[in-house]
Write a protein that binds this ligand. Structure first.
Ligand code: UDP
Ligand code: MG
Length: 316
């Protein structure tokens, strides 16, 4: 009997979890030919998520929970799930029912057809999302696909079912600055894209503010592309070229017209411009140095303070 491991990251999901559990148990019931193992990851929730998880795990023998010592973020929660899941197939699924559990039987069927190593989901519309957020999201996907080798599909969700081989590679990629959409695309494998219409959150609110998303997308760019470093050096070269031309111009002008004390304003403009470019480039380099610093410390991605099962990797 094949085993399916599901990873469900949860942060302040007290309003969604019971509905999610109901829906999921229906799907598990329909798929009697498979063994299930469901990891609920409590990512430092400040509401009653953990108590609800305890209840669910008492009721369902296929479910277990890991509770983090604080909020480590969805990426860390997914990593904890991948590190502990040992099913033949592994999937990540949000707790807010935006990743419909009822797609699972179809996804398993596609995977078992043998042609694909993973079935990824993509929403075909962005209904219910603020237009400004959709606009920036589209721009981000266009940009990151141009400047990196991570193949990221617009509208891709983290909800994907994959074979053991692919899950093993994801665990082996232990980088600190995790950007799963990039990692999934970068490692390759044959992926089937399953399109579905956007579903609104069952209850509660999204955990992603505009600024959090912006920071996350910049992290994605720094993790998967060195183009910003290239831009910094091209800008440096362009400024050097312009200043060489300006020197020639100023020297010739002095030789012809002498040196009347003039040009304070233009001098200041040039200084401020060059100063700005230098700070910008330093900032870009700083981003990469900062990420390198975080990588060298090799701190764990997550710390588990409580769990419902014996053999769990508590730090990883
Ligand atoms: N999540 C998490 N840790 C966080 C933020 C979110 O585990 O710090 C979980 C959240 O509980 C949900 C999933 O990640 O199951 C997706 O979050 P959300 O629905 O807020 O994101 P959106 O669907 O709006 O992109
Ligand atoms: Mg959601």
């Amino acid at each position: 009997m094949k085993k399916i491991s599901l990873i469900v990251p949860c942060y302040n999901e007290e309003n969604c979890l019971l509905a999610f559990d109901e829906k999921l148990s229906e799907v598990v019931g329909q798929m009697g030919d498979y063994e299930f193992e469901v990891f609920y990851i409590n990512d430092g929730s400040k509401d009653h998520t953990l108590e609800i998880m305890r209840q669910i795990c008492k009721k369902r023998d296929y479910a277990c929970y890991l509770s983090f010592s604080r909020n480590f973020g969805k990426e860390a929660a997914m990593y904890a799930g991948f590190s502990n899941a040992d099913g033949d197939y592994v999937a990540v699924m949000d707790a807010d029912l935006q990743d419909p559990p009822e797609l699972l039987p179809d996804m398993v069927k596609i995977l078992e057809s043998g042609e694909y190593d993973s079935v990824a989901t993509r929403r075909i519309d962005r209904a219910g999302e603020p237009p400004i957020r959709s606009f920036f999201a589209r721009m981000f996907y266009r940009l990151i696909n141009k400047i990196s080798d991570a193949d990221i599909v617009d509208g891709a969700r983290d909800y994907r079912l994959m074979k053991r081989e692919m899950a093993d590679v994801i665990v082996a990629m232990g980088e600190q600055n995790r950007f799963s959409k990039g990692i999934f695309g970068w490692i390759g494998f044959r992926t089937y894209w399953y399109a579905f219409e956007n579903v609104k959150r069952a209850a509660g609110e999204t955990k992603w503010s505009f600024w959090k998303l912006l920071k996350y997308s910049l992290n994605g760019i720094v993790s998967f592309s060195q183009v910003p470093l290239g831009i910094a050096s091209w800008m440096g070269m362009a400024c050097t070229g312009i200043s060489l031309a300006a020197i020639v111009f100023i020297v010739i002008r002095k030789l012809i017209f002498g040196d009347p004390v003039q040009g304070w304003a233009s001098n200041m403009c040039v200084m401020i411009f060059i100063g700005g470019v230098q700070l910008f480039c330093l900032g870009v380099i700083g981003q990469y140095v900062g990420k390198t610093y975080a990588e060298t410390k090799k701190r764990p991605h997550y710390i588990v303070s409580e769990c419902s099962k014996g053999q769990i990797k508590k730090v990883g």
